[in-house]
Write a protein that binds this ligand. Structure first.
Ligand code: BGC
Length: 383
């Protein structure tokens, strides 16, 4: 067994994390009985904003490198790797390269692998595991977007089953300190490694709070990574409409992210995590649905031209409760429309409910893969 597999959360490491967490939760309880805990943000001054200079050649180069990407979803973003049925493995990495993807977006639930109280230390075996995955991807020539995903308390959401309970009052300070640890840990990696500050800010993270927090996080990252490309998206789940609320700091090495799941009644039909569940049987893409796809992309393009920063469509996809032909139509249309506007993109996701790859058959679902990768002119007429 090589280290790649051996380091998938060993039982010993899990116990150590658990015992540490239990002890710290005791402390948290005692502290909570006396004083409410509140984030101390004084030691994290924000980077100035108000006159962002536009993208640097490095940021534009990074966007080009991102090109056509795939999300390694449901792997390191689950409470513990494997909880949602998938772990990163060599088969996935090799398949990604063979299919011609140039980048991988790697969603990571850092918040479940760090102490709940200062100094918010990252769990060493988990951090090593993420590093091994990053190194394996970089070694294949891929660009990697290391994305902080699902820090539920930061958005004001309830923790997921299997999440380490942490004090919501410390969420901002903990977020910034986690970035301090992550940015320092990976500062010597190649410039093909890109940081994404936070996936889909929403809820408690309104525009004012997010703009402030993101400017502080960026200042933290820049202490050790002065020129690394950083992806930052707007509130409202990275909705293109919210780009206008994004107040970028004065930093040239930035890429703006949007996520796009419209028409939502099509892409998320039958998805158990949407309440109430959306009815199945919706096809794609009639003229109205085509407009739902193109209008947000037009908004993002106009924002990009005005602000002179490139756009990364970091997530789009259709859940497998929809019929395959419609998923192919949707995927092909979104991909072509994104490319025609000069956006890099990353399909959501490789091998789970939206998956372009079937992990049981160990093969790509060819019609979906072609919708993403075909270079020959493809028909975009409605079905
Ligand atoms: C979430 C996933 C979800 C997907 C589509 C992502 O940002 O992290 O859990 O499956 O969006 O809804």
């Amino acid at each position: 067994m090589n280290t790649f597999f051996a380091l998938v959360s060993s039982p010993l490491a899990r116990w150590r994390t658990l015992l540490g967490a239990v002890g710290l939760l005791g402390l948290l309880f005692i502290a909570g009985c006396t004083t409410p805990l509140r984030s101390n943000l004084q030691s994290f001054p924000p980077m100035a904003s108000g006159s962002p200079p536009g993208a640097s050649p490095e940021a534009l180069g990074a966007l080009k490198g991102l090109g056509r990407g795939i999300n390694f979803g449901n792997m390191l973003e689950s409470p513990n790797e494997g909880d949602w049925g998938l772990i990163v493995n060599r088969e996935f990495i090799d398949a990604t390269v063979a299919a011609g993807f140039t980048s991988v977006r790697l969603p990571v639930r850092w918040s479940n692998h760090a102490l709940p109280l200062q100094p918010f230390t990252l769990d060493p075996p988990f951090t090593k595991r993420v590093e091994i995955v990053i190194d394996a991807l970089l070694a294949k020539g891929l660009y990697v977007v290391l994305d902080m995903h699902h820090y539920r308390q930061l958005d004001g959401d309830a923790p997921d089953a299997g999440d380490l309970p942490v004090d919501a009052g410390l969420a901002d300070e903990r977020f910034l300190t986690l970035w301090q640890h992550i940015a320092q840990r990976f500062m010597f990696k190649s410039d093909h490694l890109i940081f994404e500050l936070y996936n889909e800010p929403h809820g408690r993270l309104d525009a004012a709070r997010w703009n402030d927090l993101m400017a502080r996080a960026l200042a933290v990252v820049r202490q050790h990574n002065p020129k690394r490309a950083v992806v930052v998206g707007p509130v409202g789940w990275n909705n293109a409409k919210s780009l206008e609320t994004l107040r970028l700091p004065n930093d040239p090495h930035l890429i703006a992210a949007i996520h796009h799941y419209e028409p939502f009644t099509f892409t998320h039909q039958g998805a158990s995590w949407i309440k109430p569940e959306l009815p199945k049987g919706v096809t794609c893409c009639n003229a109205a649905q085509q407009l739902e796809i193109t209008a947000p992309l037009d908004l993002a393009k106009a924002w990009s031209v005005k602000n002179n920063y490139p756009v990364y469509l970091g997530e789009f996809g259709a859940f497998n409760a929809a019929d395959l032909d419609s998923r192919v139509n949707f995927t092909r249309l979104m991909r072509l429309e994104a490319e025609s506007r000069g956006f890099a993109w990353s399909y959501w996701e490789l091998a789970s409910g939206f998956g372009v790859y079937d992990p049981v058959a160990k093969a790509f679902r060819q019609p979906l893969l072609r919708a993403l990768m075909a270079t020959e002119p493809v028909k975009t007429d409605k079905p």
